[in-house]
Ligand binder design. Structure first.
Ligand SMILES: NC(=O)c1ccc[n+]([C@@H]2O[C@H](COP(=O)([O-])OP(=O)(O)OC[C@H]3O[C@@H](n4cnc5c(N)ncnc54)[C@H](O)[C@@H]3O)[C@@H](O)[C@H]2O)c1
Length: 354
């Protein structure tokens, strides 16, 4: 039996992980802590309760809230302001307080409780300038990486952990990279075990997609309910590319990592769908039209947003070599699953996602 604390446990990743953990390990004692900062996270509380997961309304910036969450021997850190645009329209204070100072508070709890840690980091720790310096070919529906790249860590498999780290990476990426470094110091100094996953785009049901985070859900929801969408930046044609990963595939990886923590502790992995699960916005539009039967006009904004990148695909060969993990759900299954969830929960979701 394990006692698990999941911070950000009412958010998309945290709530789904909590429910999958409980589904597969009914004897585990699982607590989700969340301050419900993200609009829509409150909708996850009903299914957490139904699954037998304890919910604590708490804030990782407040040490007492973490103390009051009870004992745990596995800590899964999913609480964050996860938008790469956060902080550019005003102060980045909330972002740094939550994503960095909050992580430090969580680590202190892990030190005191000698708990293992799984940290959800991000591909956005890699600097924009490094990615912008690559050569891309503009194809009919997407940007493609030119084959003769000289940058370390770049290949036809995507971007590996060897991608250079010097450069500007957004406030969000900075909070996550700093957190990674502090986590590694804690692990080395206090004998805590843990693993860091630099995730690309994760998606699936119960993601409250918005313009600056969660684009797959946003795209499908706006098609379904005839909302507004824009191709923003890179000429406004929707050719930017990301790899996507279903939340259950992330969970499957975490299960393997927990079982192998003795061997992999201290490691950092790029985690995502990889080249086979890569998609451009333009291509996603075609899928949304097919699934929903709706063709909505999509605006075009020529100017690129601050902190945006044209392309990211995770090279997951390092983690695959160790665990044998690879995603099982393809793009068709992912989008179909989200579409079904939107239809089933229209009354609940339309207000937030349309
Ligand atoms: N979803 C993705 O594509 C993706 C990709 C890479 C990394 N990640 C990381 O995974 C984690 C989970 O992301 P998500 O997609 O579930 O985002 P989310 O916004 O759905 O969930 C984050 C949760 O954290 C909560 N939260 C925010 N500040 C808090 C605080 N100070 N105290 C307690 N709770 C707080 C929010 O209310 C929310 O419920 C984040 O760390 C994010 O950076 C996500």
């Amino acid at each position: 039996m394990k006692k698990v604390l999941i911070t950000g446990g009412a958010g998309f990743v945290g709530a789904n992980l909590a429910i999958y953990f409980k589904r597969d390990n009914p004897s585990w004692d699982i607590t989700s802590l969340d301050n419900l900062h993200r609009r829509g996270s409150e909708l996850n509380l009903t299914q957490l309760a139904k699954s037998g997961i304890k919910f604590v309304h708490g804030d990782i910036r407040i040490v007492d809230d973490l103390e009051n969450a009870g004992e745990f021997d596995l800590f899964v850190e999913c609480s964050a302001e996860p938008s790469v645009l956060a902080g550019y329209d005003g102060s980045p204070s909330y972002l740094y307080q939550s994503n960095l100072v909050g992580t430090l508070n969580c680590l202190e709890m892990c030190r005191k409780r000698q708990a293992d840690i799984i940290f959800l980091s991000t591909s956005r720790i890699y600097p924009m300038q490094v990615i912008d310096a690559l050569q891309f070919i503009e194809e009919k529906t997407r940007f493609k990486l030119a084959s003769d790249q000289k940058m370390p860590g770049v290949s036809e498999y995507g971007f590996s952990e060897k991608l250079p780290l010097a450069g500007i990476r957004s406030h969000y990426g900075t909070t996550k990279l700093c957190s990674e470094l502090v986590i590694q110091e804690y692990m080395a100094a206090y004998g805590i075990q843990g693993v860091i996953n630099r995730c690309g785009v994760i998606t699936g049901p119960w993601q409250m997609g918005k313009v600056d985070q969660g684009f797959v859900v946003l795209w499908l929801a706006r098609h379904m309910w005839n909302g507004n969408l824009s191709y923003i930046g890179y000429g406004g044609k929707g050719k930017q590319v990301r790899d996507i990963l279903h939340i259950e595939d992330l969970y499957n990886l975490l299960r393997m990592q927990i079982d192998q923590l003795d061997e992999i502790s201290g490691s950092v992995y790029n985690v995502g769908g990889g080249p086979e699960l890569s998609i451009s916005l333009y291509e996603l539009t075609q899928i949304c039209r097919d699934l929903t039967g709706h063709k909505i006009p999509i605006d075009s904004v020529f100017e690129t947003r601050q902190a945006d990148i044209p392309y990211y695909i995770s090279d997951c060969r390092k983690i695959r070599k160790i665990t044998g993990w690879k995603p099982r759900k393809g793009i068709k299954e992912i989008t179909h699953h989200i579409h079904t969830w939107l239809k089933r929960n229209e009354a609940l979701l339309k207000l937030i996602l349309s």
